[in-house]
Design a protein around this ligand. Structure first.
Ligand SMILES: Nc1ncnc2c1ncn2[C@@H]1O[C@H](COP(=O)(O)OP(=O)(O)OP(=O)(O)O)[C@@H](O)[C@H]1O
Length: 303
């Protein structure tokens, strides 16, 4: 079941087509990474999902229904350009924002109390937003994004500006929200967070979707059939099907080689040949990182 689908979205700004026939399916309960180089069209798509702007053509479906104004209460959006009212007090502002999202003042107070205890920020309630640091403001804005318990949470670069402790806190919150059945779409250029958190990804490049699927299926698609081995001895006379791409010292005592096998070859055969020749300390598949995949996918579509 998909919480969100976009069907053939086109968005044109004067001379520039920011989105060109972009269709996405975001499964309920997933952490979905919306990736792409600068200027690819990610923010344009996010703004359409949040009804800040409309598409020129195409449809957005939220939980089986065509997007409508009332859906805004079911979505929480943390924009990359953070936007709290600087002169307003933190508590007053959150109460106001919660009511815009459909909570009564009493409900908002109850929810906010929990978040202020959880984040250990009780003393911030009466402070002016402008007196908080950038990271502190970001924490407040994260609370503003999730306090009404939306089904779909869209986070644009959620970790920027956070120290490692607060970044971890936010990461744990994202996982907890997912465990409660919420869906999180997050857009980021930090591939290590995608690696760690996302189960699905879509990659937009030059206004078009060039890749999507589960992280596992995408890794499978980009695998290079290359294995690494750390060993002692001389690695010679391997059958010609096994290509030694690189050999270098792993440390003072061991060498490390990368070996490519044909896509239809059995890994067991390689292991057997290795054991016949050298003393193996470790062996494993070289799984492409999200960083490698991003660079290759964007490179492949640059012509
Ligand atoms: N309001 C606008 N008017 C004109 N052009 C726009 C507008 N908003 C975005 N664009 C253009 O559309 C393209 C896509 O921009 P968008 O902000 O969606 O990219 P992005 O993928 O979010 O990039 P980044 O990773 O840098 O945030 C860019 O070329 C941008 O200049």
């Amino acid at each position: 079941m998909n919480i969100l689908e976009t069907h053939h979205i086109v968005k044109q700004y004067a001379e520039h087509r920011a989105l060109n026939d972009v269709s996405l399916s975001v499964p309920k309960g997933s952490i979905f990474g919306l990736l792409g180089p600068n200027g690819a069209g990610k923010t344009s798509l996010i703004r359409i999902i949040n009804q800040i702007t409309g598409p020129d053509s195409g449809d957005v479906i939220l939980d089986g229904e065509r997007l409508k104004p009332d859906h805004i209460k079911r979505i929480g959006y943390l924009p990359e350009e953070r936007g709290l009212y600087k002169k307003m007090k933190v508590g007053e502002q959150l109460l106001y924002l919660a009511q815009l999202k459909g909570l009564s003042e009493k409900q908002a107070m109850e929810k906010l109390k929990i978040w202020f205890i959880k984040f250990d920020i009780k003393t911030w309630w009466g402070k002016n937003v402008e007196d908080l640091s950038k990271g502190m403001q970001q924490k407040v804005q994260f609370v503003a994004t999730v306090m009404h318990e939306p089904d779909l949470i869209i986070l644009d670069e959620p970790f920027s500006g956070f120290d490692p402790i607060n970044a971890n806190l936010i990461k744990d919150e994202i996982l907890e929200l997912r465990d409660k059945g919420k869906t999180i779409i997050f857009s980021t250029h930090r591939m290590e967070s995608v690696e760690e958190l996302c189960d699905h990804i879509a990659l937009i490049h030059k206004s078009k979707k060039v890749l999507d699927g589960t992280k596992q299926s995408i890794k499978e698609q980009f695998k290079t059939h290359t294995y690494h081995v750390e060993y002692q001895g001389t690695l010679s006379d391997l059958p010609p099907a096994f290509t030694v791409l690189e050999t270098r010292p792993a440390d003072d005592h061991f060498l490390r080689a990368n070996i490519q096998i044909p896509p239809d070859a059995a890994v067991n055969d390689l292991i057997r040949h290795l054991l016949d020749r050298v003393a193996v300390r470790s062996f494993g598949e070289n799984i492409p990182s999200m960083n490698d995949i991003f660079i290759r996918a964007v490179g492949d579509h640059n012509d």
